[in-house]
Design a binder for this molecule. Structure first.
Ligand code: FES
Length: 230
């Protein structure tokens, strides 16, 4: 099951802080009144593509910055759940797709995410912690098994960008491959705490924990007999 934005996770992440700042900034500047508003398609991509705004501006003026972020994260979470219940495609949020390679932990991906399971089930989210140690019992989500497994990886990466970085919002599709990596299509900026970053339009993300080219797959899952359903 997808991990939606949790309040504590949200507060821990710079990228999600940016998300809430963006949402609140836009709302406070342009749409001061209602609790949830939509705007017309902001580009020519598709008629189903909109920019959504979560209006927390009223509460924001009464609360501290930390409370403010928390409220917005709850609104985003609620909004995605409601869209999922309706079996509808989420609207495009004004956030770029980003993946933080945590040291010895999961890949924290934020953005306009479409997740396709191994069985072909489609779901939507704007945050997922992707297991990359290979030990999670809730794959592709992280369930903190990397702690017991003593997964070791600093988060350093060797790859370089194959496209320019952009702050423009875009969709990205993450597909879980049976006994293999999670592949993605769509602009994704990967970064780590060492200041490294690279932007790619497609790629394969290791989730067996054995790649020598983390966070990308190098085919090691075949040699190590990785099973994604274990
Ligand atoms: S999934 Fe780890 S090397 Fe391919």
């Amino acid at each position: 099951m997808l991990q939606y934005i949790q309040e504590t996770d949200f507060l821990e992440q710079k990228s999600m802080d940016d998300t809430s700042k963006t949402a609140v900034k836009v709302v406070s500047e342009d749409l001061p009144e209602s609790p949830l508003r939509s705007k017309i398609p902001h580009d020519s991509e598709a008629s189903s593509t909109f920019v959504a705004f979560m209006d927390d501006s009223a509460r924001a003026s009464e609360t501290s910055p930390a409370e403010h972020v928390s409220t917005t994260s709850k609104a985003l979470d609620r909004w995605f759940r409601e869209r999922q219940k309706q079996n509808a495609q989420p609207r495009l949020l004004e956030i770029p797709n980003e993946a933080l390679i945590t040291g010895a932990g999961p890949l924290r991906i934020t953005g306009n995410l479409t997740l396709v399971s191994e069985e072909g089930k489609v779901s939507y989210a704007n945050h997922i912690d992707l297991c990359r140690c290979g030990k999670s019992k809730d794959k592709p989500n992280c369930d903190s098994q990397h702690l017991d497994a003593e997964f070791l990886h600093s988060g350093r990466m060797q790859e370089i960008s194959d496209t320019a970085a952009s702050d423009r919002p875009a969709k990205i599709t993450l597909s879980c491959n049976k006994d293999g990596p999670v592949t993605f299509r769509g602009r994704l900026r990967l970064h780590n705490s060492m200041g490294q970053q690279c932007t790619k339009m497609r790629g394969a993300l290791c989730r067996c924990g054995q790649s020598a080219n983390k966070p990308f797959c190098d085919g090691s899952h075949d040699k190590t007999g990785f099973r994604s359903k274990r």
